[in-house]
Every structure is written in C-alpha cells, then in structure tokens.
Design a protein. Structure first.
Lengths: 332, 424
C-alpha cells in the first residue's frame, strides 16, 4: 500500500493507453501516437450531424454511466460532454463539486472513492489544478476511465481535438499548414493541447504570438516558433487561433490595458489580410469582442468559431466511444 | 567506561587523516588515536577490520515537527532514523507551528530530546517573533538557552529594514543568521521551477530570480551589517556565482545545498510526482551542474538533508495541493557518498560537507576525529549494496522520491558520545 501510494506514478502519456494501444484515459495529447489522433478524427466524422438530417442513433454506450465532475465552473464544456454522452446512450450525472463536498473539506481522493462506489464507468473531470485528472486516473478503480475536460493551465485535450477536426475539415492535410496561436498562451491549457496536437500531426509550422508577459519561458521546447509582433506572427498563415484574454490579466501587471492589447494583438479584418487569403479564424470561446478579436472577424466568412462548437460534440462522442464502446480497434 | 575501536580505516576530513587506526574512547570523548599496532586496553573492544570510521554526520536543516506538528513526525523516530543513517547531530529548523521565540520553548525541545532523541538535537531559533518578519525575537535569551543560530525559515520579512535590523541584532549576540533566500513577491503562487517543464505542464512557476534577487540583497546587507550569514538550500546557478563573489570579497558567509538538488531536476516533476514537490523547487540540469561545481570548489560548504517528514495524506493530492518537502535523513549520507562514486567529489571533501564544515558553521566541537573531540562516530561498511525500501524507513515520513534507488555502503554502528545509538 505504502509503495503503491508513494512511488512515482507513470507519465500521463503512458497511463492513457492500454498494453495493446487502446485508449483507456484521455488526459493529455502529449505522447499519444499520431495514428491514434487520426483515428479520433476519423471516428468523429461518423458522428457529425449533417444539416437537415436526423442524428444517427449510436447507442454504443447503453448501460454505461458517465459522471461529469466539474470542480471549476464551465457550462458550455459540460453541456457538450453531456450531449455527447447522451447521444451515445449513456446515463449522465452532473456533479458541481465546487458547491458540494470539496467546500466541506473532503479531499479529492475521498470524493473520487465515493463516486466510484456509485458504479461510474467514466469520470469527465475539470479541475483548477494541473495534474488533477492524472491524479484521479492514477488512484481510481481500474474499471473507470478518466476524460480530462481541463486541468489548470495544463491540458484540455478534447478542445484541441475538436480544433484539429475543424482544421482537417477545412484544410485537409496538416503537413503544409502554418498555424498561429495568438494571445494569452501562458494561462491557456487549450494552447498547450493544441501545440501537442499540431506537432504530433506534423503540422508544417506552429507559431505562438504574444507579448513576453504572456508566453511561458521555455515554450519553444514544445516545438513552436515564438513571435512577439502579430503582423509578423500571422504573415502567410493558414490558420489563426485566437485565445481568450481574461480581464484579471490587467490587474496582475501582465498587460497595461485591454485597449493596448487590442491595438497590438487584436485580430482585425485589416490584420487578417496578412494571413493567406483562405486562412480560417478559430477561437475556443467564449470570445471577448473588441479585446482579442474584432466582431467583423468573429462573425466574418473566414471565421469557423461556431463550427468548432458543433464539432465539439462529435469529437467528444468519438473519444467516449473509443474508450468505452465495443469493437474499438487499437492502434498498433 | 572505555571503548576501543580496532583496525578501522579512520577518515577525518578536517585533518586529512585516512589510514588504519585504533581509537580509544573514554567518557564520551576520543582520548587516543594510534597506528593499528598500538596496544590499548579498554572495557570493551570493537574489531572494525574492513570498516570505515568517520565523524558522525551533522545535518544543518531538519524539520523535526515535535512538539506542535507531531502528526508528521516525532523526535524519537526522526533521531532513530538519523542514527541509523550515520548522523549524530541535527539542527532543528523552526517553522510556523513549531518555532522558538523564547528560552522556555528552546528548553522544552532540549528537555524533550534528552528524553526521546538518540542523537544530538540543536535548536535554530526564530529570527523574528513567531517568524512573522516584524519584531525581533529575544535573541539574547535564545543564545543563552542554547540556540546555535537564528533564522526566519521560509517566512517573509515585512521589509528589508526588518531583515537589516535582525541581522545587526543577531551580530550583537554573535549569532549566525541562517537565511533561506527567497523573494516572495517573485515566488508566491509558484509550485515548480520556471522553465521548459513548467511551460509544458502549465504550472504556476518560481523563477530562478526569486532566489538570486534575495541572495544579492542579503549579501549587500551582510556587507553593510557585518553579520555572519549562512545561506540555506541554494538551488540556482547564479546564486552559486554570487556567493562565490561574496566570499572572495571577504564576507563572513557560508552556504549549503539540499542533497536532493544534486540528484533531481525539474524533469523529475514531469509526471506530476508530488514526492518531487520541494521548496526551493527542483531546478534545471544547468543549475544542478553549478551546485555540484560549487561544492567542488568550496563555494558551497555543506550538504543538508532539508528533512521534511510528512504524513501520507500530505502527498496524496494533485501536485499543487500537496505539501512540499522530502523525508531525507535516511538519504543524506548515501547521496553524499554517491557524489564520490559519480566522481564529483573525493571522499574527504564529500565527508567534509556533512561533518567538519557544518560543525564549523554552528560552532560545534563535533565533526572531527581528534583527541579530545566528542566520540560521535560512524562505522561504515563500504562493501554492501542496498535499496531504499519505504517499508523499512525509520522516519515517520515516508515521503521520498528515492525509493528503489540503490546505494553502496551501510552504517554498521553509530556512536554518540562514545555510546552506541545504532548498530546492526
């Protein structure tokens, strides 16, 4: 017992695959094989709802119980997981842990032990601390799978996969693409997961664009090129991913004002012309109009922001089905 | 009561002695040292053929928790762990919940250790009252009660003026100030080294500058006040450089490093391993190289354990929610000797870092093999191989990332003032 508790755990990337290469948990994109990412995208194609067409019945998870454990507020993400699980025929329970046990002093481990006693098959976890989903995956009962819905600034792998899905839908192959991720990279788990996904899928060039205060030291080791000027950073790119800028960044001396940020890093129609003519504009949402992105761009014809949201359900269905559903083939 | 140790390979880093010797101990002290052929008689004899004999280890930084935090550890078990690992003197570091403002609190710990401890326990007193960084502690009485130094530990000072005055007042009483260099404005909210791993994991991070800024400020104040300063648990390359410059300019300063900083780096946190959650955080391999170099060239005088035993639950949470620290008494000597195997230090220098140098820093007469010195000694078998097993650790804290590591050599017997406090 002591040794099990107090020896170093496996790397998150190793924990998420079974011995035969099947997805067991989905904690981070880092370390997953490219073929597996492509399999997720392929499976997601099957779940995309076509306009004017009835949603395909796909009760692959009938009899399974999915628990949404949200230690941090997020209505949007939680709802897409809920819809994804329901479309697959699973029973879904939402637990807003912030307002329940955690605030009464129960430890994360005790919360998890209690919930697994209620016969869950999957925990969808969002937590304010990096590594929380990994921690739960390490200590929960072996029949339970953990799906990371965002941990601290570390990882938000389903968001990254729905972004990859959207890029592939619009652009086909990743190899020739130049992708710029613009804005608050320092605080963004989305950016980190996108970087891992893009580099795993052999994207031609991945750039991050932000002032030095919003770029973590050492990020270039993740295989990105760092730009501090937006005009240079989005020159000739195929995909522009704008990140959400939270207002509290002004209070912590990271930025002088929203106005100056928008002036220097906000995406306007004029600036977008520096990118390739057919470049697409993405944003994980929720967007701050006039802070990181101009309304004319957000609502313009190069924007795929709402398609991202729609694709989110299909991609989350694909990942859940690969983890819990029958006849999912492993990746050799 | 006298004891004769025969045929040991006696190693005394203070004098450079390394040879076959017989040692005669009487009334807690070393009374004679002679070539192995010499003929002594004693009440009891130990044949130490094939064994090394060196001074008992002195650890400058152990958080012993009792009284106040004895759900984490107890004086009895921590000192037993120390004795079994070749340490005979521990410097008890104050922390919120277990700190030393008054002579009475110091006496309480001294009294408790006399009843429970099997090694020497020396107290490092508070530099400010309650470690709050505002009012000076009663350093005059603390010194009289037996404190070997004063410190504010990890706690911040209200202002640099407080630190300056505290240093002046400590110097008035000839007390060494143990400074743990950290600029809280740069470190607070951080959990690991700011570098490529924190960038990847998205951890709020602590830049190297959080330490080096504080080192530079403290050096300036040491120069201004003339206080004797010991820098605790250095972790960065630039700190080593600054300390070296400070020493060259004639400041009365010394420094130590925690043993784990010499073997682990930020990479060891990459799997969110809470056992590698320490303060200061594990740094880069460049920092580690500089720390090792600093030991070699004498910039860093001592290696400490920075022993921080925890109950199991303190480490059973996501990284950021765990308490920092390693239960480290049982790995201080093994890791120090590993530096010899890795060719970083020669044996004498390595032993110096845990015996005679820390003794000098706290003004102890222990840490030497010489006639008249306290008979705090370790008999060590260099030819055994063992693996650190959590279930066999003696410390109440099992929180070590070194479980499963193999080490060469085991302690056979530990003597404190000539009495056996551990033997196998």
């Amino acid at each position: 017992m002591l040794n099990a508790h107090l020896s170093p755990g496996p790397l998150p990337s190793r924990m998420q695959l079974t011995a035969d290469g099947k997805l067991k948990h989905f904690l981070t994109i880092e370390g997953l094989p490219p073929l597996l990412l492509e399999e997720i995208l392929d499976r997601a194609e099957q779940f995309v709802t076509l306009p004017n067409k009835q949603q395909k019945k796909a009760p692959l998870l009938r009899g399974k119980t999915v628990m949404n454990l949200f230690f941090e507020n997020s209505t949007r993400t939680r709802v897409t997981f809920e819809i994804a699980a329901q479309r697959l025929g699973a029973d879904v329970t939402n637990l807003d842990i912030r307002t329940s046990s955690a605030s009464k002093g129960e430890t994360l481990l005790d919360t998890v032990r209690n919930l697994e006693a209620m016969n869950a098959d999957m925990f969808v976890v969002r937590h304010e601390h990096a590594g929380a989903a990994h921690f739960i995956a390490r200590y929960c009962a072996p029949h339970i799978s953990v799906l990371n819905a965002g941990d601290g600034r570390h990882s938000h792998p389903t968001q990254a996969m729905l972004d990859m899905f959207t890029i592939r839908q619009k652009k086909g192959s990743f190899q020739p693409l130049k992708v710029a991720i613009v804005g608050d990279v320092l605080h963004s788990r989305v950016a980190r997961s996108q970087i891992h996904a893009l580099t795993t899928l052999a994207t031609g060039e991945v750039r991050v664009v932000a002032p030095k205060t919003l770029v973590p030291a050492g990020i270039e080791k993740m295989g990105v090129n760092v730009f501090h000027k937006l005009d240079e950073g989005i020159a000739d790119v195929d995909v522009v991913i704008m990140l959400r800028l939270q207002r509290e960044r002004m209070q912590t001396a990271l930025l002088p004002s929203e106005r100056e940020f928008f002036k220097l890093y906000g995406l306007t129609e004029e600036r977008l012309q520096l990118a390739k003519p057919d470049a697409i504009v993405m944003h994980p949402g929720p967007i701050n109009r006039g802070v990181e992105i101009d309304s004319r761009v957000a609502d313009g014809n190069q924007s795929v922001i709402l398609e991202q949201v729609t694709n989110g359900i299909a991609v989350r269905m694909a990942i859940m089905a690969m983890i819990m559903g029958p006849q999912t083939g492993g990746v050799a | 009561m006298s004891l004769l140790i025969r045929n040991a390979r006696a190693i005394d880093p203070a004098s450079g002695l390394d040879g076959q010797r017989n040692l005669l101990l009487h009334n807690g002290r070393i009374v004679a040292i002679a070539e192995a052929s010499a003929n002594f008689s004693a009440d009891e004899e130990i044949d130490a053929s094939g064994l090394w004999l060196f001074p008992g280890g002195i650890d400058l930084s152990a958080w012993l928790r009792e009284p106040g935090l004895d759900h984490k550890a107890t004086l009895r078990n921590e000192t037993r762990a120390a004795a079994a690992s070749g340490l005979t003197t521990l410097c008890y570091q104050p922390e919120p919940g277990a700190n030393f403002d008054t002579a009475a609190q110091v006496k309480l710990v001294i009294d408790l250790s006399q009843r429970k401890a099997v090694t020497n326990v020396l107290v490092v007193g508070n530099l400010t009252q309650g470690l709050k960084g505002e009012q000076l502690s009663n350093m005059g009485s603390l010194k009289k009660a037996g404190c070997v130094a004063v410190t504010n530990g990890w706690q911040p000072f209200k202002s640099l003026q407080t630190l300056r005055r505290a240093m002046e007042y400590a110097a008035t009483h000839d007390l060494t100030v143990f400074v743990y260099p950290v600029e809280h404005a740069l470190a607070s909210g951080g959990y690991m080294h700011e570098g490529e791993v924190s960038a990847r994991l998205g951890f709020p991070a602590i830049p190297s500058a959080a330490e080096t800024v504080a080192v530079a400020q403290t050096l300036a104040l040491a120069s201004h006040t003339g206080a004797r300063v010991h820098f605790c648990r250095l972790s960065t390359k630039l700190s080593v450089k600054l300390i070296k410059q400070g020493k060259e300019s004639g400041l009365d300063i010394t420094a130590d490093v925690a043993a784990h900083q010499l073997f682990l780096t930020e990479m060891d946190v990459a799997d969110f391993n809470p056992l590698c959650h320490v303060m200061p955080p594990l740094r880069s391999s460049r920092d580690q190289d500089a720390l090792r170099e600093g030991l070699k060239d004498g910039t860093i005088d001592a290696i400490c354990s920075d022993h921080q035993p925890h109950e199991l639950d303190a480490k059973l949470a996501p990284f950021q929610q765990t308490e920092p620290g390693i239960s480290a008494l049982e790995t201080l000597l093994p890791l120090t000797l590993r530096l010899v195997e890795e060719g970083v230090l020669d044996l004498q220098t390595a032993l110096q870092k845990v015996t005679s140098n820390p003794a000098r820093i706290i003004g102890s007469e222990a840490g030497h093999i010489q006639v008249g010195a306290p008979a705090d000694l370790v008999l060590f078998d260099p030819d055994t191989l063992w693996e650190l097993d959590l279930n066999r650790m003696i410390s109440d804290g099992k929180n070590t990332p070194f479980a499963g590591w193999s080490f060469n050599g085991t302690v056979k017997r530990t003597l404190l003032a000539g009495k056996s406090v551990f033997s196998v």
